[in-house]
Design a protein around this ligand. Structure first.
Ligand SMILES: Cc1cc2nc3c(=O)[nH]c(=O)nc-3n(C[C@H](O)[C@H](O)[C@H](O)COP(=O)(O)OP(=O)(O)OC[C@H]3O[C@@H](n4cnc5c(N)ncnc54)[C@H](O)[C@@H]3O)c2cc1C
Length: 401
């Protein structure tokens, strides 16, 4: 049986970031992913502006810039009635931009960086189940490309294995959220009417659809649709996507003349939560630690920043020779400080997306109130304390007639 110090399951942004930071601190890290990269991932692929700080800390900024990301200054939010307002990212009044790089490029770039820092990466290896001894995680049972089962022991197991995390499942900490319940579908287009520096988010009663420019002259078109309409559907993702697209007339018009270049990717229901993010010998990060909805576009940032926070705590715990729940507890506090208030803002935004009459009400008001828009934009971009968007003065600014 193989023995390692850290076993990271999942090589998306959360896993590769956690692994890279731990390896940079001198830890022995093995990372496994069931896929071979580049792999398919349902994602609209723009990362909120603060992601750049983690990319800097990882030392991948130059490689990232060389990959040619698009820079998005903001998003136009378009209500069912066609009224719209623009959120533009800013930090203390200075313009910032979100970054749009296809996951085909971003994820391998982050994984290569982890390798460069000393992480051993094995692709095509699937975690089947967690190894537990007396309630403590001590490794995983995995199968490689030849289908052979193998046990790998580790002092710390990191579950970075996404929405359907095997680690969270085996620990019994994962559940679906009752609300929102959406099916996510993403298509990639070329040759559609150009969008320059802003994406668009079109909201309709049954869901919303966003379009954003990507590297290589492509566009990602991502939808989140009311799951009740589609749960029992046996149609292909492409058929569901085309049918749903017809319900976004302005967007359909924009895509006229464009060509979808890849199969549609999808996942649902998207929203998951976990009751804990750490325990004896284990920790969860990225989507494996819970995810609500892509409308506010912070999943990649949370994966990157979560990886950075986990590596800080885990490195200290491993150096002390004790990856117990209590040694890993600072990770919970760090996550709470970093994500708790934004999570509340995300839920508040969900109310406006789920009940578009609310959006219809606030849309013209947002247009007239640049200060309120600026606060919302910087909170959505993870550029300021999210509590600013929960303050009664801000809420009054949004809602007053
Ligand atoms: C429709 C949709 C649109 C989105 N759009 C955006 C957006 O525009 N911007 C944004 O920031 N976020 C967006 N997100 C969210 C974003 O994609 C995720 O938050 C982000 O990918 C999380 O990264 P991760 O590393 O935690 O998980 P993932 O990127 O899902 O990586 C998990 C990895 O674990 C591997 N894995 C899974 N199970 C196993 C196993 N048993 N054994 C081994 N490996 C395993 C997978 O192969 C995968 O590589 C969107 C999500 C959806 C559903």
């Amino acid at each position: 049986m193989e023995h390692r110090e850290v076993l990271v399951l999942g090589g998306g942004p959360a896993g590769s970031t956690t692994a890279a930071f731990l390896a940079a601190c001198g830890h022995d890290v093995l990372l496994l992913d069931k896929a071979r990269f580049p792999r398919d991932k349902a994602c609209s692929e723009y990362a909120s502006p603060s992601s750049i700080h983690v990319l800097d800390a990882l030392g991948v900024r130059r490689a990232y810039d060389a990959a040619g990301p698009m820079r998005l200054l903001g998003m136009d939010i378009i209500s069912p009635g066609g009224s719209s307002f623009r959120v533009e990212y800013n930090e203390g009044g200075e313009r910032r931009h979100a970054l749009a790089l296809s996951r085909d490029r971003l994820d391998p770039l982050l994984l290569d960086n982890a390798r460069r820092l000393g992480v051993e990466v094995r692709e095509g290896v699937r975690a089947r189940r967690l190894l537990l001894e007396g309630g403590r995680a001590c490794g995983a049972v995995v199968t490689g490309p030849d289908g052979r089962e193998e046990r790998i022991r580790a002092k710390l197991v990191v579950g970075a294995d996404g929405l359907f995390s095997v680690v969270a499942r085996d620990l019994g900490v994962r559940s679906e959220m009752r609300w929102p319940r959406r099916l996510g579908l993403v298509g990639h287009y070329e040759g559609a009417a150009p969008l320059a520096a802003h994406g668009e988010m079109h909201v309709q009663p049954h869901g919303y659809c966003g379009i954003a420019p990507l590297d290589g002259g492509l566009f990602s078109v991502g939808m989140a649709l009311d799951m009740r309409r589609y749960r029992s559907s046996t149609r292909s993702r492409e058929a569901l996507f085309d049918e749903a697209l017809r319900m976004f007339p302005l967007l359909s018009e924009r895509l006229r003349g464009g060509r979808r270049i890849k199969p549609v990717s999808g996942v649902g229901p998207i929203a998951r939560k976990v009751s804990r993010t750490q325990g004896d010998g284990w920790a969860l990060v990225g989507d494996a630690a819970g995810f609500t909805d892509p409308f506010t576009g912070e999943g990649i940032y949370r994966a990157l920043r979560g990886g950075e926070l986990l590596a800080d705590t885990a490195s200290a715990a491993l150096r002390a020779g004790d990856a117990s729940a209590s040694r890993l507890a600072p990770y919970v506090v760090a996550r709470r400080d970093a994500f708790r208030y934004k999570a509340l803002v995300v839920l508040a935004v969900q109310a406006f997306v789920s009940y578009p009459c609310l959006l219809e009400y606030v849309s013209p008001r947002m247009l007239e109130r640049p200060a309120v828009r600026a606060t919302l934009s910087s909170v959505l971009g993870d550029l300021t304390d999210a509590r600013r968007a929960l303050h009664p003065r801000f809420l009054l600014g949004v809602l007053r007639p």
